[in-house]
Design a protein around this ligand. Structure first.
Ligand code: AMP
Length: 411
């Protein structure tokens, strides 16, 4: 089965085209600057060099059209006919409480996705645009929505209810949802596989440390708590997002600086985090470089970043009632030995001991174990693969749909 995995953002479409039986990426790429000048499409077939094209790409329909054109291109393509695309899997950021699992998209599902826009106004509209584009350009080809929120939907109420009037949960769905679900799901399974033990008997903490960052407490394969909340703003310090803070700060700063709602939103999402504390950059590579040169605010940003992760490790070990494995993933988690080391400092009491040499050498596409030989808790560096989870889920949902159809027809 050949599956196109799409991740549609406000001005970009990232994609992978996979042969799922062979777990093989046939082609991948990204259309960027959609609707702006200098729109670009970078496309890489698995067996030939990358091709970059520029042109007018006004909307997501044109972007998906570009993707299909390249997949079919006589020189660069990997298929001869559109019908070779068996299904499309879409990353959808927010499924609210309606979708505890991935789902085959039909008109009813589209309506619920539209209802979820209120919960994720910055993300869901673009995901919906991508789906609409595919319905138009690939009619009859099944499409599946895979949600960032779904993996966290089994959290117990005491982990997802906030300490505000309960009626606000009922009225507006204000609760912890959590994000990066496909990544937390994937890396926790990888860790269990590496340990050669069933996930059902393991307590695992997963740290997805990218531009956006979140952690999850995974008990027996289920996310029982996670650091992102109603929106992807809560929890860890991030590139440009604040993470946890006293909610009264927002009211105070809005009053003192006479900020509008929009301005306060921008401050918390775009001018905070590593960027806000360092005043230099939201990119961890810059922060580490500047801290190395002796820049005190960059050092402070790095210290706050790692301290908060350590704090979450402690609290998640408590809610899990023990810890078998700690997992680092995404841009920073996969690539920064310094951050991994700092996050694990003084965690001996949890059985966490990092081996400096293994940690420094860990890189590349494979999973690495970076704990010392006498560490009771395993520490992994796992390259995440959200696209693979989306493709596998798409295959499962499409096949289940076909089975149901067969049963209805009595075949
Ligand atoms: P992602 O959102 O997963 O692509 O991750 C982006 C983040 O990973 C950015 O903050 C980058 O600075 C960070 N990153 C990538 N490579 C490295 C590295 N070698 N060391 C530290 N941070 C890195």
């Amino acid at each position: 089965m050949k599956i196109l995995v799409l991740n549609c953002g406000s001005s970009s479409v990232k994609y992978q085209f996979m042969d799922i039986e062979k777990t093989y990426v046939l082609a991948k790429g990204m259309v960027s600057r959609i609707g702006m000048s200098g729109a670009m499409h970078a496309y890489k077939p698995h067996d030939r060099p990358e091709v970059t094209t520029t042109g007018e790409i006004l909307d997501h329909i044109m972007a998906v059209e570009h993707v299909i054109t390249m997949l079919l291109s006589p020189n660069h393509g990997v298929i001869k006919d559109k019908s070779e695309i068996d299904a499309v899997g879409h990353r959808v950021v927010h499924g609210g409480e309606a979708f505890p699992d991935s789902v085959l998209i039909d008109n009813d599902v589209m309506q619920v996705l539209r209802d979820c826009i209120e919960l994720a106004p910055l993300h869901n509209p673009h995901n919906i645009r991508g789906i609409t584009a595919c319905f138009q350009l690939l009619p009859g080809i099944p499409q599946v929505a895979v949600f960032d929120t779904a993996f966290h939907l089994k959290m117990p109420p005491y982990a997802y209810i906030y300490g505000i009037p309960y009626v606000l949960y009922k009225r507006y769905g204000i609760r912890r949802y959590g994000f990066h679900g496909t990544s937390h799901f994937y890396v926790s399974r990888r860790a269990a596989k590496m340990m050669n033990r069933p996930i059902e008997e393991l307590n695992i903490i997963t740290c997805h440390l990218g531009n956006g960052a979140s952690m999850s407490a995974v008990k027996g394969g289920i996310s029982i708590d996670t650091s992102m909340g109603f929106t992807p703003l809560e929890g860890l310090l991030m590139g440009t997002r604040s993470g946890d803070l006293d909610p009264a700060i927002i009211l105070h700063v809005m009053a003192r600086e006479e900020l509008s709602l929009n301005e306060a939103n921008t401050m918390l999402n775009k001018h905070s985090g590593l960027q806000g504390i360092s005043g230099i950059s939201g990119d961890m590579r810059d922060i580490i470089k500047e801290a190395d040169k002796g820049n005190t605010n960059s050092q402070l940003a790095l210290d706050v970043y790692c301290y908060r992760i350590r704090k979450y490790i402690g609290s998640y070990a408590a809610v899990l009632g023990g810890l078998d494995a700690l997992v680092f993933t995404a841009g920073i988690g996969e690539n920064s030995p310094l951050v991994r080391k700092k996050c694990c400092e003084n965690l001996d009491f949890l059985g966490i001991r990092v081996d400096d040499e293994k940690n420094n050498q860990a890189k590349g596409p494979q999973t690495d174990e970076i704990q010392t030989d006498d560490s009771k808790t395993k520490v992994f560096r796992v390259p995440t693969n959200e696209e693979l989870v989306i493709a596998l889920d798409t295959k499962r949902v499409v096949e289940e749909g076909m089975e149901r159809k067969k049963m209805v027809k009595g075949v």
